[in-house]
Design a protein. Sequence first.
Length: 211
Amino acid sequence: MADLKVNVIDHPLIQHKLTIMRKENTGTKDFRELLEEISMLMAYEITRSMPLKEVEIKTPVTTCKSKTLTGKKLAVVPILRAGLGMLGGIVNLIPTAKVGHIGLYRDPETLKPVEYYCKLPSDVGERTLVVVDPMLATGGSSAAALTMLKEKGAKSIILMCLVAAPEGVKVVNDEHPDVEIYTASLDECLNDHGYIVPGLGDAGDRIFGTK
């Protein structure tokens, strides 16, 4: 698929940790900890262009001009349930970020995503939302979540995932061309069961130790 708009963060530490996560014999504890570590490293990268302003401060030695963050504040919105595994790493890095949650399930008859839970900061329109979900597979749930967030007033959104399939990236690109996508890996494709190949299996099950 040509002309996909996606930012692949290929930092060596991220790639090394992702390789360990992909291994089928990596246990729940290590998987969960690695996901939190990668999420923090990815958050470092996606905040690289955040605007700064100069302020005057007093150090123990003298007064000086120094830089501080300005512009829109952040909110992190994990897509339940697997997105919760990425939350800790981001808020460890940005502890002042507010946190929202959005939950979707797929209707077994229509196969369309249905919202079952949504709780967001009251000033959602004044913040940049970092929507997190480890896997961007078909893109259906992510695109639906982005639509719902926009309907609730969100104006600035970033989608951050651990592993993405080209099919999912294309869906989000087509339905939400204004949303930047960040991932640690753009994998090969989806298989017949909708799993990312080579992927890492079901991220939710591996985070929470369920089957």
